[in-house]
Design a binder for this molecule. Structure first.
Ligand SMILES: [Zn+2]
Length: 215
């Protein structure tokens, strides 16, 4: 871990990253909204398909030790509202990724140095701040994913959330996802229909702590 940080030190000079459990706990003591919570605890019905906990991802390797989704407290509360509204339509959220330790973002960029689509080590990703999600919609009855313009992590134009040349069905589903997320305080990423950031005035720091810190 230390070697990754020192290699990237010149790029991250101005980036504030919390590396210790003590510093994280201190930030939570000052602002309880900064707690990272297990999403399943707040939204038990939410589906998880944590791609980076498997080798079924663009890196063809497992980057997380466990398939878990942690988010900051207000994000969990907002997602509970999204899920409640989706339930009335026979739908559910399915999470591909939530909180991601900063060192994993650095590791990803080393493997795939794409400045357009990848989280950048010198700015950090909102995933590192616990306020970003990669997700889609599933049908509660069939448990299948709704048709979307592309699969998760497809680095193509059709992934752009406004891309017009997609089927009516995919467009309808994408717009439904965007509308419902927006209604509950999320902003879609300009490059990826599946990525949403939670809007907040709080400065949620970048964290480089393993999942087990929050257990
Ligand atoms: Zn994302």
């Amino acid at each position: 871990m230390l070697s990754i940080h020192s290699i990237k030190a010149q790029n991250t000079k101005k980036l504030l990253v919390i590396y210790t459990k003590e510093a994280y706990l201190k930030s939570v003591k000052e602002d309880t909204n900064k707690a990272l919570v297990l999403l399943k605890k707040y939204v038990p019905s939410i589906k998880l398909d944590i791609k980076y906990a498997t080798s079924q991802n663009i890196f063809y390797q497992k980057l997380y030790p466990k398939a878990v989704a942690y988010v900051r407290l207000p994000v969990a509360k907002a997602l509970a509202k999204v899920q409640e509204e989706l339930k009335s339509k026979g739908l559910s959220l399915k999470i591909y990724d939530a909180y991601r330790p900063y060192s994993v973002t650095v590791q990803m960029f080393d493997m795939l140095p794409d400045t357009l689509y990848m989280g950048l080590p010198w700015t950090g990703s909102k995933h590192n701040r616990g306020i970003a999600l990669d997700l889609t919609l599933v049908n509660l009855k069939t448990r299948k994913e709704l048709k979307m313009p592309t699969p998760f992590d497809a680095l193509v134009y059709a992934s752009h959330p406004e891309f017009p040349l997609v089927s009516d069905e995919a467009k309808q589903n994408r717009e439904l996802l965007k509308d419902i997320m927006k209604k509950h305080g999320f902003v879609v990423d300009p490059m990826e229909w599946w990525h949403f950031n939670y809007k907040s005035n709080t400065n949620f720091e970048i964290l480089d702590l393993p999942f087990k810190t929050f257990e």
